[in-house]
Design a protein around this ligand. Sequence first.
Ligand code: ZN
Length: 198
Amino acid sequence: MMSAMGDEHTTSAPWRTNLLSYVSRLDGRALVEINTVVIHATELPTLAMAREFAEVIHYPGSQTGNSGHFYIDQAGQIACWVSMDRVAHHTVGYNQTSLGIELVHPGRYPNWLDSDQQAWDVPYPEAQIDALVSLLRYLKNTLPQLHHIAGHDELDTTLVKASDDPTKTVRRKRDPGPTFPWPKVLEASQLMPLLPKH
Ligand SMILES: [Zn+2]
């Protein structure tokens, strides 16, 4: 059920803000540059572990690291770690014009690149997906050029050597993975797939 236009404008942002230490050193951008949301899984079981990872400095020149803009835990709590007017490092080649949303999910943890442990069978809790949908709806109503959505696994198809057997290859990125409910999220968000779904 769509709410009246007036209601959309008075709805406050559905997140709490808890910025990473290096946000002021990330490149700035105008909000009209944002046209795509990229869905990620942390491939870490807890929000605290994701925070520790996100705070690591990966780029000595800028003294910044890898992270999404938003994090949603299994209970559906949404946090903003990077302001939308900053470019976060979350998807190679797509950062300038996208927002990264990270769902706390174990993925292939802790043997991400082991060829025998590529299964991805943990479902996403309903509360987490409901929170994602409410965030996507808010963003679509707030950002004038936001029309598209993609999974990290669609935008980064790099294969790397398996950690257990260098003669085998595995996907470097598999998130948000086969248990992510794409049909539900696409219908509820009214965002269009950036790439054709197969
Ligand atoms: Zn990702």
